[in-house]
Each structure stands twice: as C-alpha cells, then as structure tokens.
Design a protein. Structure first.
Length: 183
C-alpha cells in the first residue's frame, strides 16, 4: 500500500519490498535489486511528479476529468469502479456495498492496481479531516485490496469541499491497468 500525502508532497510505502541477499563479487552479502523494484520506484517517482494535479480537489470531484488526467500522466488505463459514502465523522461504511465491489474485482486480473481516493467534508479541523479521509481510504483499501499487486491511496481531506454536503464524505476507487502504448 502506497500513500501519497498531498499536503507534504511525500510518499509512504507501507509494504515491505522483498530483497533477497546475494553474494557480491567482493565477498559481502548485498540485497538483490530486481527489475520489478526499479520499475516500482520509477512509477512512484512518476506519481510524485504529477501529485499536485492528482491532489486537485476540483479535478477529483469530476471522475471523467480525473481519469483523463491519470491516463495522460501515467502509463495506465484507468477505470472508475465505485464510490463509497460515509456518515459524518465515520471511517466505516456499509460492508454490503464493499462485498459487491469485491465480487466484481475478484473477476479481474491481479496485475491491476487500485487507486483509492479519500475525502471528507469541511466540518471540523483540517488535520482531523485529512486523517479521516486517510482512514476512510485505508478502510476501503483493506477490505477490497487483498488480491491486487499494488494499492495507491490519496487522502484529499476536506480540500475538495466548502460545506457539509454528504457527497464529499466518500472514497472513490479506480482500477489501473498497464498501458502498453506507453512502454
């Protein structure tokens, strides 16, 4: 699980990368850096170079424009999967809706990656809303993400809302597939 922090423009990779040690020519054991690890690092760097755009509240509010921006910036095809709505101040949602998406995702190749974008309304402190949007995104990611190679999380906090409208208390889920045209 990789979390992109829009406020600090940093990345937090919460998965342990597997590096098995190999015997180096000088007699020392060193981690083997695989081509997959290098590709993952390049992809994260590409994400970071476009993070201000991906953290745009007005863009994230329009899924078609958000998909277009992702596809222009990254070598992926993007598919909107679902949105989950939350009660005021809550980081839990109805499991019935999540189970429906789990069934839908189980039929998809596990080579796909997920993007989970969390948000909140403008009620309360900014820091609290940022943490709440992150907890909402983590909740959904943990429920649906077991079968996927990589999950990216972008917590937007209350940056996309100016009021108490319930439509801002949500998590949007997108599926990302490698796009061979960019390779």
């Amino acid at each position: 699980m990789t979390i992109f922090d829009c406020r600090a423009a940093v990345v937090d990779t919460q998965t342990q990368r597997k590096n098995r040690p190999v015997l180096h020519y000088d007699g020392t054991w060193r981690p083997l850096i695989t081509s997959q690890a290098i590709a993952a690092a390049r992809f994260e760097r590409l994400w970071m170079s476009h993070l201000p755009e991906f953290c745009s509240a007005s863009l994230a509010n329009d899924s078609a424009r958000y998909i277009n921006a992702l596809e222009k910036a990254l070598p992926v095809n993007v598919r909107y999967m679902n949105s989950f709505y939350f009660a005021l101040g809550s980081s839990r949602t109805n499991d019935e809706h999540i189970h429906s998406l789990q069934r839908q995702l189980s039929e998809i190749s596990n080579d796909a990656q997920l993007l989970v974008v969390g948000s909140s309304d403008a009620i309360g402190e900014r820091q609290f809303n940022h943490e709440l949007s992150l907890e909402r995104a983590r909740f959904v990611a943990k429920k649906i993400g077991d079968a996927f190679s990589q999950i990216f999380i972008i917590p937007l906090g209350s940056s996309m809302s100016s009021g108490i409208q319930p439509q801002y208390r949500r998590v949007d889920v997108y599926m990302l597939n490698n796009d061979d045209r960019h390779i």
